[in-house]
Design a protein around this ligand. Structure first.
Ligand SMILES: [Zn+2]
Ligand SMILES: [Zn+2]
Length: 117
């Protein structure tokens, strides 16, 4: 079978037939990365959108900070969810907190986790 002649890529490279030019491979990778990124950010958007809605409803029902009785504007996870969606969405694990109490709770939690490691 006669060999097909090499082709000239748009970038000016001579490329053996049936082979992707490095510039084409690069743009393939870029397209794929862009696609992955879009998919990731859209799923993240959906997640935060739902959380935002659920959080607001929870705060409507539990408007007082669990610790100081002030105005709650944050939903804290009593058990740190660490990315576990079951723990994350378990309402029994939610606590209404004001910003102050929430940030001090988070600091305490961070101290605890740095001690462990
Ligand atoms: Zn090329
Ligand atoms: Zn508070």
């Amino acid at each position: 079978m006669p060999q097909k002649p090499p082709r000239i890529c748009a970038c000016g490279h001579r490329v053996a037939n049936g082979i992707r030019c490095p510039c084409e491979r690069k743009s393939d990778a870029e397209r794929k990365a862009r696609h992955d990124k879009n998919r990731k950010s859209s799923s993240a958007r959906g997640y935060t959108g739902t959380w935002d809605k659920e959080r607001k409803e929870f705060l409507k029902r539990h408007p007082r900070c669990k610790r100081c009785g002030g105005k709650a504007d944050t939903v804290d996870h009593i058990i740190p969810h660490r990315g576990n969606s079951e723990i994350f969405w378990d309402r029994r694990n939610w606590a209404p907190l004001c910003t102050n109490c929430h940030s001090s709770a988070k600091q305490r939690e961070e101290r605890r986790s740095t001690k462990r490691t």
